[in-house]
Design a protein around this ligand. Sequence first.
Ligand SMILES: NC(=O)c1ccc[n+]([C@@H]2O[C@H](COP(=O)([O-])OP(=O)(O)OC[C@H]3O[C@@H](n4cnc5c(N)ncnc54)[C@H](O)[C@@H]3O)[C@@H](O)[C@H]2O)c1
Ligand SMILES: O=C(O)C[C@H](O)C(=O)O
Length: 353
Amino acid sequence: MRTSLVRSAGEALRRRASSSATPSLAPSAHTLRRSYGSESTPERKVAVLGAAGGIGQPLSLLMKLNPLVSRLSLYDIAGTPELRPMSATSTPVTGYASEEQLGLALEGSDVVIIPAGVPRKPGMTRDDLFNINAGIVKSLCTAIAKFCPHAIVNMISNPVNSTVPIAAEVFKKAGTYDEKKLFGVTTLDVLRAKTFYAGKAGSIPAATNVPVVGGHAGITILPLFSQATPASNLSTEDITALTKRTQDGGTEVVEAKAGKGSATLSMAYAGAIFADACLKGLNGVPDIVECSFVQSSVTELPFFASKVRLGKNGVEEVLGLGPLSDYEKEGLENLKPELRASIEKGIKFAREN
Ligand SMILES: NC(=O)c1ccc[n+]([C@@H]2O[C@H](COP(=O)([O-])OP(=O)(O)OC[C@H]3O[C@@H](n4cnc5c(N)ncnc54)[C@H](O)[C@@H]3O)[C@@H](O)[C@H]2O)c1
Ligand SMILES: O=C(O)C[C@H](O)C(=O)O
């Protein structure tokens, strides 16, 4: 009963999304309960780098269950023994452990998902991870440029506001950069925004949409509740509180885990949704729209998260911001200096190292 209610609400919103000038995120895109029966499914290899980690393990499991994935390649410097038995089923799964095997792990990949790197502990910002994760991302992207230069890259490793520009610079240096194929994964921000909004507005989370733009750290995360669907007449105080909760969603988890890392299961779910959207786009499924941190001219910043239409080549169209409330306009101006600094920090690191 609940499932059919969710499905029909999802259908109605999806129809509305595909007929409106400014496409909205398809609500059904944020559930993994879907039928793939009528969709074409070419051979697709997906590689997960950092597959043995808190995110990597459940994310690999979810990718294993995705019928659009025909080969799954799992790489982690810590080894992937726990994941190895997954290969005893129809989708071949191969685990790789040492740097010498990274080329094999990557070769022929259509989509590479990167959750490799250290997570935060209480009291840290995402930028505090830069010193360790920048080098990890740089070396993994160097290998991607060599072994699967045409793959779509889904960057999860933090600080996303800097790791995506690092990846772009590495690919530019290697002569393989295709801005249509590099994505910072911000899907968890969208999931949080719609969950918190639905709780307040009384809507069904799976049938709720909230675009989240900007970046992926603190105030650079800007949920656009004025564009939330279904619309709701929430007070200014409610919108302010929902915005802050979305911006602090990651920190809330880091503090609750009290030193045992940051969001893992919810991120695996978010990462699986985003990778699935990329695969659908690659396979030519129309009207796949997700928020993501990409090369952008939506603002004066070179990278920015906004709604993106996915297609056979990755980014098909970076969609504009749409009408903003005064509160959102102010949030947008406030986030720019921090986001710019994080982007520049990533570019500088990649150029100098
Ligand atoms: N984008 C987002 O919304 C989002 C959400 C949650 C976490 N994160 C980030 O994801 C990253 C991973 O988080 P986690 O909780 O899975 O951490 P984790 O420590 O549990 O796992 C990271 C894994 O990466 C592996 N690794 C380290 N260096 C590697 C390398 N050079 N090659 C391959 N593997 C390598 C480690 O062995 C480990 O298994 C962190 O940077 C975290 O901040 C991002
Ligand atoms: O908050 C973190 O450090 C991890 C991640 O970016 C998140 O948003 O959960």
